[in-house]
Design a protein around this ligand. Structure first.
Ligand code: FES
Length: 323
């Protein structure tokens, strides 16, 4: 199945995992098993309201009969999470994409430190399944406002996770830095850190992890774009050239690369439209991208070899794309 192919699925089970968090167990309508996915992957889910959103798979990646994703009901909701909470019941049919993974486990790491907050537990849970199955050395630190706000508590407090999981409830804002330091100071030089949760939380995790580990050993996944970050840089205009034909299109300051390419008949697949899912990633042949996405790894950013065309811009006057 191609990443952008849409699959029809049926909701087999719903579970209230925490205050405002519901999990959805789905199976394929054609009765076939899902293709194997790697821990940390997410899928696009089309809600009954017609809004597409990205959700991490949070079940055991070895289980191919079903997939599980969880949705936090956002207040206010832009429509996607509310629709999935209010308009879906057991038996509802949904459309989903194939899994994509921009948040992979580093197989060569000597140990893994997973640090999640709130709904950010979801991609870490599928990682924990894989690490437990491999008998890998790992710790999962889960931060939540209270036990009632912590999802998947039954699973996290039982086999095979209980000895790997540390729960942090109601940590005061001014105690968070010290708590994160305590989580991270035990990490050996070969450790990799993975974090998912609200943007300020992840920023703090990264800041503290960098005191112990190189930037390439720190991985994070954002669920939605940070508008403040997007507004930080000035837009500017530039040209995009197609490597295949040499055709050039001008990208105005108020236009995205996706929109500019569409104006000359070149369609780039998109999903989130805000730089978090990676659907619109295209290889860069030359030029210097100005990365405004939230999904590329440090290494991908440094190499300037790919760009997310929905939000990113160019620092050079011309960007040549592998199109
Ligand atoms: S469409 Fe999601 S990152 Fe561009």
């Amino acid at each position: 199945m191609q990443a952008h192919q849409i699959l029809k699925v049926r909701v087999d089970a719903l579970c209230e995992e925490a205050h405002g968090v519901r999990s959805f167990r789905i199976s394929r309508l054609d009765g076939r098993p899902f293709e194997r996915y790697t821990p940390g992957a997410h899928i696009d889910v089309m809600s009954p309201s017609g809004i597409m959103r990205q959700y991490s798979l949070c079940g055991d990646p070895e289980c191919l009969d079903s997939q599980i994703f969880a949705v936090k009901k956002e207040e206010p909701s832009r429509g996607g999470s509310r629709s999935l909470h209010e308009e879906v019941s057991v038996g509802t049919e949904l459309s989903v994409s194939a899994p994509r993974n921009l948040f992979r486990l580093e197989e060569s790491a000597s140990e893994h430190v997973l640090i999640g907050a709130g709904i950010g537990i979801t991609p870490l849970l599928s990682m924990a399944y894989r690490l437990a199955a491999q008998n890998a050395r790992f710790m999962l630190h889960y931060f939540a406002r209270s036990e009632a706000h912590a999802a998947f508590m039954t699973r996290l407090s039982g086999e095979p996770f209980e000895t790997h999981v540390t729960l942090h409830f109601a940590v005061a804002r001014d105690a968070l830095a010290a708590t994160l330091d305590a989580c991270l100071c035990q990490a050996g030089p070969g450790a990799h850190v993975y974090t998912c949760g609200p943007a300020p939380f992840m920023d703090l995790v990264v800041e503290h992890a960098q005191a112990h580990l190189p930037a390439t050993a720190i991985h994070l996944e954002r669920f939605k774009a940070d508008p403040a970050a997007a507004a930080e840089t000035s837009p500017g205009s530039f040209d995009v050239q197609l490597a295949s034909t040499g055709q050039t299109v001008h990208v105005e300051a108020d236009t995205s690369i996706v929109e500019a390419l569409a104006s000359i008949g070149i369609e780039v697949d998109t999903s989130c439209g805000e730089g978090v899912c990676g659907t619109c990633m295209v290889d860069v042949m030359s030029g210097e991208p100005e990365h405004r996405d939230h999904c590329l790894s440090q290494a991908e950013r440094a190499s300037n070899s790919v760009i997310c065309c929905c939000v990113s811009r160019s620092r050079s006057p011309v960007l040549v794309l592998n199109l």
